[in-house]
Design a protein around this ligand. Sequence first.
Ligand SMILES: NC(=O)c1ccc[n+]([C@@H]2O[C@H](COP(=O)([O-])OP(=O)(O)OC[C@H]3O[C@@H](n4cnc5c(N)ncnc54)[C@H](OP(=O)(O)O)[C@@H]3O)[C@@H](O)[C@H]2O)c1
Length: 225
Amino acid sequence: MPHTIALVGGTGPEGRGLATRFALAGHRVAIGSREAARGVDAARELAERLAGHGVAADRVTGGDNAQAVADADIVVVVVPYAAHRATLEGLRSALDGRIVVDAVVPVVFDRGPRPVDVPAGSATEEAAEILPASRVIGAFHNLAAEVLLDPDAPVDADVLVTGGDAEAKQTVMALAGEIAGVTAVDAGPLRFSRFVEGLTILLIGINGRYKAHTGVRIAGLSDHQ
Ligand SMILES: NC(=O)c1ccc[n+]([C@@H]2O[C@H](COP(=O)([O-])OP(=O)(O)OC[C@H]3O[C@@H](n4cnc5c(N)ncnc54)[C@H](OP(=O)(O)O)[C@@H]3O)[C@@H](O)[C@H]2O)c1
């Protein structure tokens, strides 16, 4: 069944990249921004780019973050970590009961990527603390925006999914698995999110050294999926 997926902070490369892949998979996407006009512009550009790929323009909309989440059954959070808490607090009541997928990596750049110490343990656990009435899941942290943004580029990566709400996790794993080339892996409860988020910092460093856009693959699961 097609979902309506909101991208909070969706004007950035990761949000536009994930929106690209969700739209290609047949879902409706809503690009959210602090400024409604920026969300609308990003949606128009994305719709134009995907017009030749069988995506109807009316399946890609944009607005401010509150407008974007209003009709969504899945909300993906893709703001910088510095904006994480304030953004979620501002949307808290709108996100009640929704599946909220946190893809935020607590990282700062200071002569290379460095992890930010998160008191809750991880950005995803922080989201669960801020949004006690939402169904918070961690996913998509390890997918490079540069690859996602090119509708013709193959994605060759696993998506590690964390969370305690089994039904919500299954929904997000199915969504991840619809991205061509992606395998979804159940990475356990929310408390393991710190490792998934931390892996991205490792990948950013590897990307810099190899001038590549890397992802992760978990070995040894081919007989179990
Ligand atoms: N880039 C990647 O390859 C990648 C891969 C995996 C995970 N991630 C994670 O995904 C998230 C988004 O990454 P990105 O590269 O797309 O980030 P980004 O471009 O720096 O930020 C995304 C959007 O967040 C909004 N934003 C910026 N500052 C904000 C603030 N102070 N308050 C509220 N909203 C703010 C902006 O949208 P508006 O100005 O339109 O509001 C911006 O376009 C990050 O947490 C990152 O760690 C990124």
